[in-house]
Design a protein around this ligand. Structure first.
Ligand code: GAP
Length: 455
């Protein structure tokens, strides 16, 4: 296990993740993905889209707006029920998630408790709470803080108060009818979306784990009433498998059913990952019943139904949801791929053992020397490979140092152009993990690397 600090400093030093607006001192709960981070991010999204949309004839995609009609959030229950209990230290002014303070001492509070019920539990355990840098007796009475982020939109003299979406799936529900009518889908079917979501988290912390701006990859699977259980199990299996295919270690993943259900859920499980700060939710699998479609029908009068030809009746489908935050996935992938190895000569190397399909750079092209026509030949090879892979050209420093740099950022293949290349049109291909080197003809290089990636 590596500490979170190791990963934060690595991510910054190697251009994966930066603090937002760092030159202004940073901005809490928001992070920026650097040149290598954005490539990893895109690969993670592409993998999800392939698994959840492209390779399935029963799931279609969508990309809805971030700002939606404000009434959407009233109907979904978010303006009234989407809140976290917060308590403030009377001495220092520091804010704490009151339910997290309880969780830290092994007390779990039901999400559906009223404020009075929650305060009762809080008072019962107050003396045992461990708020960092604060005496528990100085904690103020908890209040519920709504998590929706507000904004305004429109002409300057006629602003409308709006919310930035708190979860992407509401875009799926409000487009349910349009998607159904245009795509002629038959139950069961799914609608998937990748996009930004925003939450006024009380204490954003643990790097990418809990942020105020983040991206979600969500899929809502519409099924007949009574079939949710079957599909819940199927998607739990599919998602677990898919996370392992991304390189997450099996022993760092586990399933935890929710004891406390959020307002929309009939059943919920977390796929948890073993982060440096412990087991935490990476992805949620939820049985949302017919809650959302019914709510939007109630608030709009628009019947969000499906005509079931088997029974000749209109029915309201039930929903099984899979929902994962890309930041949490990014952090988990980075954590499980990061390794510090001792080499036979006693030196150390940092190696990011990313799956080749996820690596920000797939191939590094390295001329052995910065002279004698080697850079020109290497540039030719770069141009040949660039349409097929994410390729990086590097001619600075000793070759050993350049190999270390490629290992550290997870580049699975390094192609070295040396003096023999000029004679026989072959190059050395070095593998990141085994550090083995093979001689490959330039004419066979693209196919060899493609085969390695598939393998
Ligand atoms: N549509 C259901 C939904 O939004 P959720 O459990 O609130 O459910 C789903 O969130 C996923 O979104 C989580 O499992 C997590 O991966 C991600 N997520 C939620 N809040 C987040 C935050 N503040 N920062 C980063 N990721 C977050």
């Amino acid at each position: 296990m590596h500490t979170l600090e190791t990963l934060v400093s690595f991510a910054k030093k190697r251009g994966f993740v930066f603090l937002s607006s760092e030159i202004y001192g940073g901005f809490g709960g928001v992070y920026d993905y650097g040149p290598l981070g954005v490539e990893l991010l895109r690969n993670l999204k592409q993998d999800w889209w392939n698994t959840m949309v492209r390779m399935r004839s029963d799931i279609v995609g969508l990309d809805a707006g971030i700002v939606m009609h404000p009434k959407v959030w009233k109907a979904s229950g978010h303006t009234d029920g989407f809140s976290d209990p917060v308590t403030v230290c009377g001495k220092t002014g520091k804010r704490f998630r009151a339910d997290h303070l309880l969780e830290d001492i092994g007390v779990s509070a039901d999400e559906r408790m009223t404020l009075e019920e929650f305060r009762e539990v809080f008072e019962k355990h107050r003396s045992n709470l461990k708020p960092e840098g604060c005496d528990p007796n100085d904690l103020e009475e908890p209040e519920f803080q709504n998590l929706l982020v507000t904004s305004n939109i429109g002409a300057a003299d006629n602003f409308e108060d709006v919310y930035l979406r708190g979860e992407t799936c509401q875009g799926i529900y409000v487009n349910f009818k349009q998607v159904l009518d245009t795509m002629h889908l038959k139950l069961p079917f799914g609608i998937a979306q990748i996009g930004k979501a925003f939450r006024n988290e009380i204490s954003p912390r643990q790097f990418l784990f809990r942020t105020r701006e983040f991206e979600q990859m969500e899929m809502q699977y519409f099924v007949r009433e009574g079939e949710s259980g079957k599909f819940f199990e199927e998607f739990r299996r599919i998602r677990l498998e898919s996370l392992q295919n991304l390189g997450l270690q099996k022993e760092h993943l586990r399933i935890t059913p929710h004891e406390r259900l959020v307002f929309y859920a009939r059943a919920a499980e977390d796929i948890e990952h073993k982060y440096p700060f412990g087991w935490k939710e990476l992805e949620g699998i939820h049985d949302r019943g017919d809650y959302d479609l019914m709510q939007h029908t109630k608030h709009t009068g628009e019947k969000l139904v499906y005509f079931d030809q088997d029974t000749d009746k209109h029915i309201v489908p039930h929903v099984v949801e899979t929902s994962i935050g890309i930041g949490r996935l990014f952090l988990a992938v980075l954590h499980d791929a990061y390794a510090v190895e001792e080499l036979p000569d006693g030196s150390e190397r940092v190696v990011l053992r990313l799956r080749p399909s996820l690596a920000p750079i797939t191939v590094a092209v390295l001329p052995l020397m910065k002279k004698d026509g080697l850079p020109e030949k290497a540039r030719e090879i770069y141009t040949m490979l660039a349409p097929h892979f994410s390729v990086h050209y590097d001619e600075t420093g000793a070759i050993g140092k350049r190999y270390r740099r490629t290992d550290e950022i997870g580049t699975p293949f390094a192609v070295t152009v040396d003096y023999d290349t000029l004679k026989d049109d072959s190059v050395t291909v070095r593998q990141r993990d085994s550090m083995k080197q093979n001689r490959v003809a330039i004419s066979a290089l693209t196919d060899t690397i493609k085969k390695e990636i598939r393998g």
